[in-house]
Design a protein around this ligand. Sequence first.
Ligand SMILES: [Fe+2]
Ligand SMILES: [Fe+2]
Length: 241
Amino acid sequence: MSDEPRQTMRVAAIGDLHVREDNAESYRELFGEISREADVLVLAGDLTDLGKPKEAELLAQDLKACSIPVVGVLGNHDYECGAHEEVAHILRDAGLKLLDGQSVEIDGVGFVGVKGFAGGFGRRMLGYFGEPAMKQFVNETMNETLRLENAMRHVRAKRSVVILHYAPIVETIESEPLEIYPFLGSSRLAETIDRFKVNAIVHGHAHRGRFEGRTPGGQPVYNVAKHIEKPTGKPYAIIEV
Ligand SMILES: [Fe+2]
Ligand SMILES: [Fe+2]
């Protein structure tokens, strides 16, 4: 037996919990199990179903079952009621390290988080053209990528994980209807990430995508939405970094 510190961190990741007011599904047991299986839990947005403070409070209760650090981002659903700041406050009070264009280092691994936004992929992505509303849409994507870039610049750790809600590539949203691809993510996110070296990128939002893919630069991307089939056979993924 060696006394050397462990070289890999086991990161459990899950997105799209969509906690509802009727509390139909409790995550208490799952969080307990994850705490035994992993070193850190990552939550990839859509933590609540409608962004209601009551939903956030229910999730905050369940998070008490978590004995490992929890880090995550919000998703589009967490903005629905216009109460995302209150939702964020409740979850931060419950111990969640909620990232929105920042990074945090845990045991030598840097976690960078931003929600991201839509806009489409590759040569077909939405361009900055036409009506002010269209330009505003593209601006939103650009702003998210710039905030992601700034956060990535601040990472000092050798190993890092990027947490998004929206997808940075097409591969992990395959099997969603083609018509909604542009609303599921943006390649601008992957372009930004590929300027840096990271160990893993996780996202959610596409409930019917595929677990694993790669950025154009070859970096691993995982769709960890709860609904996606994963190698663990569980609703969460385990990623070693
Ligand atoms: Fe979702
Ligand atoms: Fe979503």
